[in-house]
Design a protein around this ligand. Structure first.
Ligand SMILES: *[C@@H]1O[C@H](CO)[C@@H](O)[C@H](O)[C@H]1NC(C)=O
Ligand SMILES: *[C@@H]1O[C@H](CO)[C@@H](O)[C@H](O)[C@H]1NC(C)=O
Ligand SMILES: *[C@@H]1O[C@H](CO)[C@@H](O)[C@H](O)[C@H]1NC(C)=O
Ligand SMILES: *[C@@H]1O[C@H](CO)[C@@H](O)[C@H](O)[C@H]1NC(C)=O
Ligand SMILES: *[C@@H]1O[C@H](CO)[C@@H](O)[C@H](O)[C@H]1NC(C)=O
Length: 172
């Protein structure tokens, strides 16, 4: 009896943890938004407007065969070279995971880096504090940010926890 209760509790904890992870949500940061990955776009402006957290994705949309994506280090980014290259993508719709906090540098390897096809981002540790209930930006309406998504998700997670708790009490 005690063992089965312990098992049920363990299952509940796993389910709750799974929901929390799923709901807190990895954001897919689409480089350049609807302008995609193309020459003559200021990607510093784009990245300045994004908040990246470990576990998010960055994705590049471009004409396959015309452009590509190389992950380089800061030297490669600054100078449009392959210095520190650790990956390359060519599908035209590349989803690249950002598993760890830190700086990431991506360039186009077909000569278009000189035309601005380079992006540097800073990925932060996921912060449960201010992201759960961000202060409303006065007058601003910013749809589909990671903050607003998370803000909606956590009350749902709390409801799931409450429902599971009630179910567990009924079963026991
Ligand atoms: C950030 O996004 C807002 C709204 O989408 C835009 O008005 C603003 O110019 C952007 N800032 C930068 C630095 O791109
Ligand atoms: C891109 O925009 C940033 C500000 O967001 C600015 O500092 C920088 O000079 C711009 N770069 C180019 C090449 O225009
Ligand atoms: C860019 O390349 C130059 C030489 O080509 C080098 O001196 C400089 O250190 C490089 N930039 C960075 C950030 O390393
Ligand atoms: C980038 O990688 C190159 C060699 O692959 C190395 O010489 C250079 O120091 C690295 N730059 C940084 C900023 O780590
Ligand atoms: C691109 O990535 C592939 C593996 O995915 C590798 O074999 C190839 O050497 C890479 N090319 C460069 C220039 O790094």
């Amino acid at each position: 009896m005690a063992a089965s209760k312990a098992l049920m509790l363990a299952v509940g904890v796993v389910v709750v943890a799974g929901c929390a992870v799923g709901l807190s949500g990895a954001t897919d940061h689409i480089v350049g938004a609807n302008r995609g990955w193309n020459p003559n776009i200021n990607y510093s402006s784009w990245s300045a407007n994004q908040t990246f957290y470990a576990g998010d994705l960055i994705s590049f949309r471009y004409q396959k065969g015309t452009h590509n994506v190389f992950k380089v280090n800061e030297t490669g980014y600054d100078n449009c070279t392959m210095d520190g290259v650790t990956g390359n993508w060519t599908s035209g719709k590349d989803f690249i995971p950002l598993p760890r906090p830190g700086r990431y540098f991506f360039i186009c390897g077909n000569g278009f880096c000189q035309s601005g096809m380079k992006v540097a981002i800073t990925v932060g540790i996921f912060d449960l504090g201010p992201e759960i209930y961000p202060p409303p930006a006065p007058g601003a309406d910013n749809p589909s940010t990671s903050a607003s998504f998370t803000a909606g998700a956590w009350p749902a997670a709390a409801a799931v926890v409450t429902a599971l708790g009630a179910a567990a009490i009924l079963v026991i």
